[in-house]
Design a protein around this ligand. Structure first.
Ligand code: ATP
Ligand code: MG
Length: 182
């Protein structure tokens, strides 16, 4: 590493906000992903998530501010039916998601992104398309085994750091932000 790279490693974090599944849901998603992966790369169980906003490399000095703006987001617990799976040719992923996005999720993403914008925190502005990536670099979605619909009850969202550790993408939950008490 040269000096500049060293400085960057210390001063920036690769960040994103996500819904972070519980263990049981993770197990089911990962099991199906392995079954349909073919020559693609099934996401590791511990890495499965639904991205709400991707900040990317961010000045680490802004972390306290980012955490406190996220803590201001008021949202209702989310009941997300993962009722369909699909394949996107453009990025070669197999995913699962909801055929109708729950209003609580739409509102959460809108509020979170608005607060980031107001604070001048950069994030990828592409419109939100709720999905969980299950397999990368897939050629297609096989016909079997069929997707079995699941329901994801999310009571919080998370700020996550992404790093490559010994060649492996590793995510670390930095903080969780709970929904308003129901
Ligand atoms: P790698 O890119 O090293 O193969 P990864 O994609 O799993 O690994 P990140 O690139 O850190 O890890 O991405 C973290 C999450 O944010 C993933 O869900 C990824 O799909 C999403 N993401 C990454 N880049 C963008 C982007 N430009 N816009 C929206 N979401 C993104
Ligand atoms: Mg990536």
């Amino acid at each position: 590493m040269n000096t500049k790279q060293l400085e960057q490693a210390a001063d920036t974090e690769r960040l994103f906000f996500a819904l972070w599944p519980r263990s049981e849901l993770r197990g089911r998603l990962a099991a199906w992903a392995r079954q349909v992966a073919g020559r693609g790369r099934a996401m590791r169980r511990e890495n499965l998530h639904l991205t709400l906003a991707f900040l990317g490399d961010t000045d680490a000095a802004r972390l306290p501010e980012i955490k406190s703006l996220a803590a201001e987001v008021r949202f209702d617990p989310i009941r997300l039916p993962l009722d369909r799976a699909g394949y996107w040719k453009h990025n070669r992923i197999i995913w699962c998601g909801a055929s109708a996005e729950p209003q609580a999720l739409t509102a959460l993403v809108a509020d979170l992104r608005a607060r980031l914008t107001t604070a001048g925190v950069r994030y990828d502005p592409k419109p939100f398309v709720s999905h969980v990536t299950l397999v990368r670099n897939a050629a297609r979605l096989p016909e079997a085994p069929a997707w079995i619909p699941l329901v994801w009850e999310a009571g919080d969202f998370a700020l996550v750091g992404s790093a490559r550790i010994q060649g492996r993408v590793t995510y670390a939950v930095m903080q969780r932000f709970p929904a308003a008490a129901g």
